[in-house]
Write a protein that binds this ligand. Structure first.
Ligand SMILES: Cc1ncc(C[n+]2csc(CCOP(=O)(O)OP(=O)(O)O)c2C)c(N)n1
Ligand SMILES: [Mg+2]
Length: 330
């Protein structure tokens, strides 16, 4: 395939996508992060949390195009990626509340959740920090001939990190099986991406490396999934890396304590009209996959699961004093 930029505004057919599973994952992500925000506001969480609310179609659309042994690297906004890759909401919630049953023994918090069994290589507090890891994981997959690929999620704010150039170049010349997924949620903290990112659509940058760059509506599960499937299959065939840019939006602040004094309420409302979960619900009904009552019972099931995760976390012990000096790099 030659270097190209494609913009996908249409809604491709669902294909092999499991709409029920997609909806379950998207609802789980939203309810998990709504719960995390309310625990933060109630003063029950130390540190902060970066909600993925509004961006669910990106993580789920990409993840449902993957195989279990494919690798994923995440960002500081990592809950959605972890849930979509099969992470356990109980252990995640326990980590947020600093409990010993959490993914990092309660000592890492929101930005230090990884699940090696699921090949989810971790959230990352360093903007762009997953780029080297994902590219390395792709090289590992190549050398071990596992047939796996790696997906690197990063934000628009990470587009200007130098490591993106280094890793993309290496991946392009070695044709590594890696997909770089830019979640353009329009802001890096309070900085608008249309103000800070040079050259217009970031997918155009792919041409400089001779690889495909595709831009999709990141509020559309089906469009994200279709583009990801194509680029992932291409990488798996040995044709090398690609950029996938997903235009999306975070409904809430950068983190739980963000005063949000840099954007208009009308802008948020405009994006909310494109709500990715509502769009999947509508598609599920239109396509006769699920009716309203089935959707409601799925929502009740997910709500109960998240409630159980909170109860599990709250009833778990804090790390003991003798754990203080373990897992420390010194
Ligand atoms: C190397 C580095 N520089 C700066 C920061 C501080 N920081 C944390 S998140 C963030 C903005 C990231 O924006 P973006 O990549 O668009 O991700 P989003 O928060 O929008 O998901 C910044 C600047 C950091 N954590 N790491
Ligand atoms: Mg951003």
């Amino acid at each position: 395939m030659t270097a190209e930029v494609q913009t996908r505004a249409d809604v491709p057919a669902a294909g092999a996508l499991d709409i029920r599973e997609a909806l379950r994952l998207m609802m789980t992500i939203r309810l998990f992060d709504e719960q995390a925000l309310s625990l933060y506001r109630a003063g029950e969480m130390r540190g902060t949390t970066h909600p993925y609310i509004g961006m669910e179609a990106v993580g789920v659309g990409v993840m449902l195009a993957l195989r279990p042994n494919d690798y994923v690297t995440s960002t500081h906004r990592g809950h959605g990626h972890t849930i979509a890759k099969g992470g356990d909401p109980k252990r995640m919630m326990a980590e947020l509340l600093g409990r010993a049953t959490g993914y990092s023994g309660g000592k890492g918090g929101s930005m230090h959740i990884a699940d090696m069994d699921k090949h989810m290589l971790g959230a990352n507090g360093i903007v762009g920090g997953g780029m080297g890891l994902a590219t390395g994981a792709a090289l590992t997959a190549r050398l071990q001939k596992t047939g796996a690929i790696a997906v690197c999620f990063f934000g628009d704010g990470a587009l200007e990190q130098g490591i993106l150039h280094e890793t993309t170049n290496l991946a392009a010349i070695w044709k590594l099986p890696v997909l770089y997924v830019c979640e353009n949620n329009q802001y890096a903290m309070s900085t608008r991406s249309d103000w800070s990112v040079a050259g217009g659509d970031p997918a155009r940058r792919a041409a400089g490396y001779g690889i495909p760059g595709v831009t999709v509506d990141g509020m559309d599960l089906f469009g994200v999934n279709a583009a990801a499937t194509e680029l992932i299959e291409r990488a798996r065939r040995g044709d090398g890396p690609a950029y996938l840019v997903c235009n999306t939006y975070r409904y809430h602040g950068h983190h739980a304590g963000d005063p949000l004094n840099y954007r208009e309420k009308e802008e948020v409302e405009r994006w909310r009209l494109q709500d990715p979960i509502e769009r999947v619900k509508a598609a599920a009904t239109e396509r006769g996959v699920m009716g309203p009552s089935e959707i409601a019972s799925l929502e009740a099931q997910v709500t109960a699961e998240i409630q159980a995760a909170v109860e599990f976390a709250k009833s778990s012990p804090e790390p003991s004093v003798d754990q203080l000096m373990t897992d420390i790099y010194a």
